[in-house]
Design a protein. Structure first.
Length: 616
């Protein structure tokens, strides 16, 4: 099994010698990288950032549009801005800005905080676009950006924002940002974010409002500043057809506005939406187009409309975020425990006289072979159900019940091993019934919030042992105290993992394509915060770990919630001091322990640790 790496992996990763390796420079395995980081005592989930994958996506976008422009002899320019909302974390944004400098790659902001970030970090002269609802303060901030020399366009979501711009322009120092009008298209996207576009969408101006806006801009003598129209039909546009429809609509609106006398209108901004293929399974592929098809369609359609309507070919702006950010981050999380790991034959304590069904289970286990495996497996599951009923009715005891569970699990493991190479659908049904639960040291709410919120799946695979057939149908449990923190086994898109004994060997899972939206949407459920992160720079000679940022300490998390950490500590200390069930020496020891806990992060470190505790 290659876990669909060729489908979602974008050639960024490959499997060799049973390990996932990074397809660049000296091609290190993810295991090597993780082991290097863990050498310093780091435990818990680790988010790896690969700047070369940011660079690759940026380069691909500019190259595809430059090829398309050449092919169609397109006269307008191509420009891109990165929407900060997709990932605002500094170790991502700062890399992105410097990698994008040679392309004049800009930033998009949707809030005051994002705009301030853009003003502080954007490459000089690279464009800044501003979307979203704006109050007078945010519009003033846009003016400040223009006064600082930024190439900024404020995209108007409603007439009231335009009124503010016109009035602020009168009061300030003569430097006015460019004005963009967000158009409300009839066309909408598809999927979960389709409502970002369409006539009932939250954003943009109707045709009537557009006409009104242009008249207002003309009356305020600001026509020269009206340079762009903007639309965004939603994120993760998996089908190219709605985008083409929207482009035709927007292209015609552009041409009409030019003909109406919008003398300086020269750009169409298509927003974001370029999709990422998240599927691990050929049967559930999401995306039906490539980047070059997207670029060709955009350039061809806009050229065609401009030529037919006899207006200049517009400059193209895109605001793709997911496509740029998703690939660069991989979350690596250690498996802590397999829930049926305790079902070993050493724990089986058969009696001299066992209930007949238990004896039968034992015989099934001993005589099972490849031919009868499936049948015996079904029999054992039936027997287990009967035995559990017998327990409920008081006919068998707890030892019998334990023997039942152990025997059935041993039978399952043996059967799956015997028939693992048979046709998938033959064993899927059984696998569904005999899932193994893998407890994984991460929080789904913090690291994959879109799985919880909108059932977005992400590719997941083990980082090594890929030369061994995985035999266990896997359900992944995170460490939050919430039953929603589970990625259940799904027969449509099954995940199989290896049978591992964590006490003897580490087993790490990689969650891929987590660089877009997940980090900032992540929730502190159970007070698990952003995991430890590291940036990995790879060249032909080796790899280097940079910008290690350990997950927040428990003190910091509590402070973020506005607890007075000194008060928390004092309360704990007072209560320990007041305890009359431990000695003074023990109290001193415990105070030290509490101090360490507060200053450490909250993820789990070990389970069933056999390291002894030294109270001296
Ligand atoms: N531009 C605007 C106006 C958006 O609202 C969004 C996100 O929804 C984007 C760009 C980025 O979209 P994506 O990440 O799908 O490229």
């Amino acid at each position: 099994m290659d876990y669909g790496i060729k489908t979602w992996g974008n050639d960024n990763f490959f499997i060799e010698d049973g390990k996932v390796k990074v397809n660049t420079g000296c091609e290190p395995s993810l295991m090597e990288i993780i082991q290097e980081i863990r050498k310093d005592g780091i435990r818990g989930p680790i988010l790896l950032r690969f700047p070369h994958l940011i660079q690759k996506q940026i380069r691909m976008i500019y190259k595809s549009f430059s090829d398309a422009k050449r092919e169609f002899n397109y006269e307008g320019s191509f420009n891109a801005v990165y929407p900060l909302k997709v990932n605002q974390f500094p170790n991502f944004v700062k890399n992105l800005v410097s990698l994008g400098q040679k392309y004049n790659y800009g930033l998009e902001a949707g809030s005051k905080a994002e705009l301030l970030l853009a003003m502080a970090y954007n490459n000089p002269n690279a464009p800044i676009t501003v979307n979203g609802f704006k109050d007078n303060e945010m519009i003033s901030l846009g003016f400040i950006a223009a006064e600082m020399g930024h190439n900024i366009t404020l995209t108007i979501e409603g007439i009231n924002e335009l009124e503010s711009i016109i009035s602020i322009a009168k009061d300030r120092f003569g430097c006015v940002p460019n004005i963009g009008l967000r158009i409300r298209l009839h066309s909408s996207g598809i999927g979960i974010w389709a409502k970002s576009g369409g006539i009932n969408s939250k954003f943009g101006l109707t045709s009537t409002e557009l006409l009104e806006a242009v008249n207002m801009i003309r009356d305020a003598n600001l026509l020269e500043k009206f340079t762009m129209i903007h639309f965004h039909i939603g994120s993760q546009i998996t089908d190219i057809a709605p985008l083409k429809k929207a482009l035709r609509e927007a292209g015609n609106i552009y041409a009409e506005l030019c003909r109406m006398g919008a003398t300086n209108l020269r750009a169409i901004n298509l927003g974001g939406g370029l999709a990422v293929e998240y599927s691990q399974h050929k049967t559930t592929l999401h995306k039906n187009y490539s980047l070059s098809e997207y670029a060709n369609d955009v350039v061809y359609l806009l050229k065609d409309i401009a030529n037919r309507k006899n207006v200049s070919e517009p400059d193209i702006f895109i605001e793709s975020g997911r496509f740029v950010a998703a690939h660069h981050a991989v979350l690596v999380a250690p498996v802590l425990e397999l829930f049926s790991q305790e079902y070993t034959d050493q724990k089986l304590h058969l009696k001299e006289n066992n209930p007949p069904l238990i004896q039968e289970l034992f015989d099934l286990f001993n005589t099972m072979n490849r031919k009868n495996a499936l049948e015996f497996l079904h029999d054992s599951i039936d027997h287990m159900e009967s035995l559990l009923t017998l327990f409920d009715l008081g006919y068998i005891d707890l030892q019998d019940r334990s023997n039942t569970e152990i025997l059935v699990n041993l039978i399952i493991k043996k059967a799956v091993g015997l028939i693992a190479d048979k046709k998938l659908n033959e064993i899927l049904d059984i696998q569904d019934r005999v899932q193994e639960r893998y407890l994984v040291n991460f929080s789904l709410f913090q690291s994959l919030p879109d799985f919880w919120g909108i059932e977005q799946t992400f590719p997941v695979m083990p980082l090594d042992r890929l030369d061994e057939t995985p035999t266990r149908s896997a359900s992944l449990w995170d460490i939050t105290c919430d039953s929603d923190g589970e990625i259940g086994f799904n027969t449509e898109t099954p995940l199989f993992l290896h049978d591992v004994d964590i006490k003897n060997r580490d087993y790490f899972l990689g969650f891929f394509l987590v660089g877009a939206y997940q980090e900032v949407l992540g929730m502190k459920h159970n007070l698990f915060t952003h995991p430890t992160e590291a940036t990995v720079i790879i060249d032909d000679d080796g790899f280097e770990i940079q910008n290690m940022l350990e997950s927040q300490s428990i003190s910091d998390i509590l402070e973020d919630l506005d607890y007075d950490i000194r008060e928390v500590q004092e309360n704990l200390n007072e209560r320990i001091e007041a305890s009359d069930i431990i000695s003074e020496k023990e109290k001193k020891y415990i105070l030290g322990e509490i101090y360490l806990f507060l200053n450490d992060n909250g993820y789990l470190k070990t389970i069933n640790s056999n390291e002894g505790v030294n109270y001296e």
